[in-house]
Design a protein around this ligand. Structure first.
Ligand code: MRU
Length: 355
């Protein structure tokens, strides 16, 4: 069996009439595709979590930039390079932590800067967005292979959040490794944290694994340490929203707690992320901007208030945390793996001098 037989879900599709996004707010109950005809709709879709997951956000933003240039050409003619700026800023501000967003926009801007002012830029920019998309699919395959090779047959694995087809262009990052290792017969059991408050684990990871016929056991986030103590998992495999120059990793809130518990129980931690998630400009995890979302995500579940409506009851809702590099055993990228990540290892991977 190959990983292709466990890879049927897609989060986004480009059609002539715009970008179509699988509305992840409605899963697992409803499968609804939302059409984004312009850059403003794309930015709103990113902010409101119609599409989420670092690589999927990057690909979506790339198509958003192409839509912005198309509209600017129709509106401003040869002034399109100036006319596109406001839409690009809106896209850039749509979510702060996943660096794939800024990475994809910078790449689109580089291509735009080399295009003539007096010709329609659309074809060149949609082609570049297609390349961003295709490269992510390819990167997922490569990471899946090298990550799976690190897993001993018979292992149990724990994952956190959703890092699969819903979060990327293809197989997924951490979930791509899990899909590949499952297809290879290396994994006996997959566990997924439900991932409060947005429930990416129970709503999204369980949905896409069941679509691809990979059995999964969900657990409350607070049960992860007890699972590790029970000896049922040998690896915690997670994705990343930003990897800093020293190997610190920002990922979904709760990842840090998973990594701390893993170290205590001898469970190894694998971070799987394409190099579009590596940000050598960010010196360490301290400098990574952490998004805080509205209190309602914590005070409500499934539209139902779960906290008392009483004076003095509020919520703190940072949606990412930083796992220090020393708690990570290996970072898997499409360019290679970094064991015991540190500044020198990250610089070697990215082909630059350590600062
Ligand atoms: O808030 P989200 O759902 O966008 O957060 C997603 C995550 O934290 C993922 O683990 C990360 O983006 C890696 S996805 C391949």
């Amino acid at each position: 069996m190959t990983s292709a037989s466990h890879d049927t879900v897609r989060a986004l599709q480009w059609h002539e009439d715009g970008l179509h996004l699988l509305d992840q707010r409605r899963l697992p109950h409803e499968v609804i595709w939302l059409r984004c005809p312009d850059a403003a709709a794309v930015a709103d879709a990113i902010t409101n979590m119609v599409v989420r997951g670092a690589p999927a956000i990057g690909i979506t933003a790339a198509y958003g930039a192409a839509l912005a240039a198309q509209a600017a050409w129709q509106r401003d003619g040869s002034g399109w390079q100036e006319g596109v700026r406001a839409d690009l800023e809106r896209l850039r501000a749509s979510r702060p932590t996943a660096v794939n967003l800024a990475w994809a926009l910078a790449r689109m801007e580089r291509v735009a800067a080399g295009l003539p002012a007096d010709a329609d830029p659309s074809d060149a920019l949609f082609a570049e967005a297609d390349r961003v998309h295709a490269e992510d699919i390819e990167a997922n395959q490569r990471m899946g292979r090298s990550g799976a090779g690190l897993i001993q047959p018979g292992s149990g694995v724990l994952t956190h959040c959703n890092t699969g087809s819903l979060a990327t262009g293809g197989l997924g990052t951490a979930l791509g490794v899990i899909r590949t290792a499952w297809a290879d017969g290396r994994i006996e059991r997959v566990f997924a944290d439900e991932t409060r408050p947005w429930l990416q684990g129970s709503r999204l990871t369980a949905w896409e694994l069941s679509a691809d016929r990979i059995p999964v056991a969900l657990l409350a986030d607070g049960a992860a340490a007890a699972l590790m103590r029970s000896g049922q998992v040998q690896w915690a495999i997670v994705g990343a929203d930003r990897v800093a120059a020293n190997g610190d990793v920002a990922n979904k809130i709760g990842t840090y707690a998973v990594a701390l518990a893993a170290r205590e129980h001898g469970v190894r931690v694998m971070v799987v992320a394409p190099t579009s998630t590596v940000d050598l400009e960010t010196d360490s995890g301290e400098q990574i901007p952490i998004e805080t979302r509205e209190s309602a995500e914590v005070l409500y579940a499934g539209g139902q208030r779960i906290a008392p409506e009483a004076h003095g009851v509020s919520a703190w809702n940072p949606v990412f945390d930083v796992t220090p590099a020393e708690l990570i055993d290996v970072i898997v990228t499409e360019r290679g793996v970094v064991h015991q990540p540190d500044r020198a290892g990250m610089a070697r991977l990215m082909g630059s001098d350590p600062a």
